[in-house]
Design a protein around this ligand. Structure first.
Ligand code: ADQ
Length: 464
């Protein structure tokens, strides 16, 4: 395998040999170890003045190279264009997307800074793998600096429909910059199709049978490449001592009640407000179930510097309080709402203890929680996954109870169906899902992407 240079906004250096930090970091770290590669990105730290100084570290066989950014970069590039413009727009929330010239300028500047800093680290035969919406124009900026390597890009979030993308003032430049890459990967066929729809209508280009599209002298291969989890590791966690301890605590604190679990970053795309309303509808429509069930919603805050995240947090505080006030009894609280993160082994134990996994994003590139919930289940007595039709994972996990996350009635009906589902049906639904999750795991994803990248011919480019 060629040496790999992975570039992403943030770098997740391994913290242990076993990779307790999760599937993506483990999969990429394994690829970096095998190929003696390097992982480059922002340290997450702020500096008074940008210097471009690279901090190299080597942990458990993985080399990371990080730079600090100055306050204006973080405001305009990260909190601004990435999280206040692209994130909402790509999750179909045009109402929340903010279009500020300063954001767009900061995005270009930081992408140029990434390119300037990483170019000297790239050797002739390296494969370069750029990740996610923070860095869409990076490939173009690397080409501008004479980088002739094979460069791939993977988008972890959905690609929006053409009509929505039109609301972005710089949509044409953003899309055409993707043609600097050799391979562009999407989570789903749906996202790939949405990209192609734009390319056909705006750029007048066509795709061939292998997914190659040519535009202005460059050819890019488009692939759908759904990300997976490290299923073996997660199942082992669910069977391990930490999970067993947590499982025991959950069972005793549930006191015979059925637990429904939700685990999400606190983000408006995850459909938490709609989920609470669906659960409220369930409680109201099934009075005989009240007191016999509870929802554990774990939602650690994220992107707290962005107003829309402060707003959704306030909304959920209010809504969970209202529902609890409406239905709770002296010995029962219908929603346990927790704003903190938990170690993966503990999450695995909680997932196993839950009769129902409630995963209802309004839009999601993939959604790894859905896969983790399934992987954590007891094969003899698995719980039921309720999954949004609008999560990328719904393409693979077709045996889940699929719902429209905007419909409180559908969520309420699915909860009732899940709680009443006989064991034979639960097992019959779980088996094909776990088979898919084990086969198309995170290593499968990584190989599929790097194989596609390795198989393209490097194109000659000249520095401009
Ligand atoms: P996210 O939007 O962050 O990822 P997701 O795919 O669900 O969403 O991954 C979240 C990860 O964080 C999971 O591994 C989960 O276990 C963990 N996590 C969430 N809440 C936690 C908590 N309270 N404590 C500990 N861990 C927690 C983006 C895209 C997704 C895409 C992924 C990967 O938005 O669509 O699936 O990237 O490509």
């Amino acid at each position: 395998m060629s040496r790999l240079v992975i570039i992403s906004n943030r770098v997740s250096a391994p913290t242990s040999e076993s990779g307790a930090q999760g599937g993506l970091a483990v999969a990429l770290s394994a690829a970096l170890q095998e190929s003696n590669g390097v992982w480059f990105g922002w340290s997450g730290e702020e500096t008074d003045h940008y210097t471009g100084h690279i901090n190299f570290q080597r942990n458990f066989g993985v080399t990371t190279a990080t730079i600090d950014l100055e306050a204006q970069d973080i405001d305009e590039y990260y909190n601004g264009f990435a999280n206040r413009t692209l994130w909402p727009l790509f999750h179909y929330r045009v109402d929340l997307a903010e279009y500020e010239r300063g954001f767009a300028g900061g995005y270009e500047r930081v992408n140029a800074r990434f390119a300037d800093t990483v170019v000297p680290l790239i050797e002739d035969e390296d494969l370069v793998w750029v990740n996610d919406y923070h860095l869409i124009p990076l490939g173009q900026k690397l080409r501008d600096r004479g980088c002739a390597n094979r460069i791939g890009f993977f988008l972890h979030i959905p690609w929006p429909p053409m009509r929505l993308l039109h609301s972005l003032p710089s949509h044409l430049a953003l899309v055409t910059s993707l043609f600097a890459y050799d391979v562009v990967g999407f989570q789903t066929e749906d996202s790939l199709e949405a990209f192609l729809d734009y390319a056909r209508h705006q750029l007048d280009v066509e795709v061939d049978a292998e997914g190659f599209v040519a535009y202005q002298g460059r050819t890019v291969r488009l692939i759908a490449c759904p990300i997976g989890i490290d299923a073996v590791e997660f199942r082992a966690s669910a069977n391990g001592p930490v999970a067993a301890e947590i499982h025991g605590q959950m069972v005793s604190s549930a006191n015979g009640r059925a637990m429904i679990i939700g685990v999400d970053r606190l983000d408006y795309s995850k459909g938490l407000q709609e989920r609470f309303l669906g659960y409220e509808r369930f409680l109201a429509s099934q009075p005989q179930r009240q007191g016999g069930v509870f929802l554990l919603q774990i939602a650690p805050p994220s992107r707290a510097d962005v107003q829309s995240y402060q707003d959704i947090r306030a909304t959920l505080d209010e809504l969970s309080g209202r529902i609890n006030g409406e239905f709770a009894d002296f010995n029962w609280v219908p929603i346990r709402y927790v704003n903190k993160g938990y170690p993966r082994e503990e999450l695995a134990g909680m997932f196993r203890a839950a009769r129902v996994g409630l995963v209802t994003p309004l839009r999601d590139g993939m959604n790894l929680v859905a896969k983790e919930y399934v992987a954590a289940q007891d094969p003899e007595d698995p719980g039921v996954l309720i999954l949004s039709r609008f999560a990328g994972a719904a393409d693979q996990l077709t045996d889940a109870l699929l719902v429209n996350p905007h419909s409180p009635e559908e969520i309420a009906d699915a909860i009732a169906q899940a709680l009443a589902m006989p064991r034979e049906e639960r097992v019959a639904r779980w088996r094909p899902m776990i088979a898919n999750i084990e086969e198309q795991d995170v290593l499968w994803w990584r190989r599929r992407f790097t194989d596609a990248l390795e198989s393209v011919q490097p194109a000659a480019v000249s520095a401009s």
